[in-house]
Design a binder for this molecule. Sequence first.
Ligand SMILES: Cc1ncc(COP(=O)(O)O)c(C=O)c1O
Length: 388
Amino acid sequence: MNRFEPNLRIPGPTSLPDAVREAGARQMVNHRGPEFAVLQNSIIDRLKKFYKTDGDVLIVTAAGTGGLESAIVSFLSPGDKVLAITIGAFGDRFAKIATVYGADVTKLSFEWGKAADPAKVREALQAGGPWKAVLMTQNETSTAVTNPIQDLAKAVKDVAPDALVIVDAISGLGAVPFDTDGWNLDVVVSGSQKAWMVAPGLCFVSVSKRAWDAAATAKMPKFYFDLAAHKTSAESGQTPWTPAVAVMFQLDAALTLMEQEGLEDIWKRHAAVGAAVRAGLTTLGFKLLADPEFASDTVTGAWIPEDLDWKTFNGKLRKLGLVVAGGQGALKGKIFRIGHLGHVTVPAILNAMAVLEQTLLELGRPVVPGAAVEAAQVAALKSLGLVK
Ligand SMILES: Cc1ncc(COP(=O)(O)O)c(C=O)c1O
């Protein structure tokens, strides 16, 4: 971030560290040759550490939605009973993909701003079935809520042990605590443009042994997103179709940065920026959308007060170099969101708070100068254990 570069505070694509940007400018290699095989094998081994899995991780050239689609078509058949737990727009999208391909989808929706309740999931599972799969969203980017995935997956294991647990972890994995194998997750999807600090273009899908067994009999129509084809190709260091080679170069560089920082410290940094954003926005007088117990550490959503014109407000923010995201689906025009994942630091959040303060002052709103910046800084320092 510098004078001429905006503070891009949307929940992905995130801004890129210089080393990642530069890596993307490298000359191409033969994607069917030895250099690519070394690159892909190394990336996969390293992704597994961030996923915390000994299962397979496949790299698919597509937006995150492609990764979700690959999970549906590779492991399910038309008519399969699927419970789709949804707490927002992306949970709805996942349910829709399964419906479009002919799964027999039961949607279990929770109020936007709330997390899914494991007890209600148990009830829903008991009331139907036999379930082939349960879909869930780790971090619902549209509502800025992080689901208790471990508890939800446990509910599935207890009530419907044969069901595959398929998780959209696109906007949280690599930023906040996650344990693919420890939580018994069968399929987990993530996307390059989120916590991974890489341009859009790649998604990653982990696959358990149980999921591969299901793939052997899955009858959904598929071609590009057939994960079995990706696995076969990966075994010889390739991808079935031409991959986004430049994004792979970037990912290689980003993983090096992430390894240097260390997974636990990455999680701590996200906890600190999450706390900082929530404290700063609250001090500015905004009401937050998410249930505080499940507030996301990668994105925060705040209600736009009725007497604040979103277009004017957002235009002024942009002029001062702060780019935030609007609401999605039913929340369009009602909330704004601040992304804080991947390439994000506490000082970048303090900058965002300073811009928000100035903008609100320009709009004549009652703001105590410096208060939000201070509240954000103190919250971050508390989160990091540096002050009480
Ligand atoms: C939780 C979640 N799921 C799915 C998606 C869709 O990813 P993409 O836009 O890369 O298709 C996003 C994107 O923001 C997301 O945050």
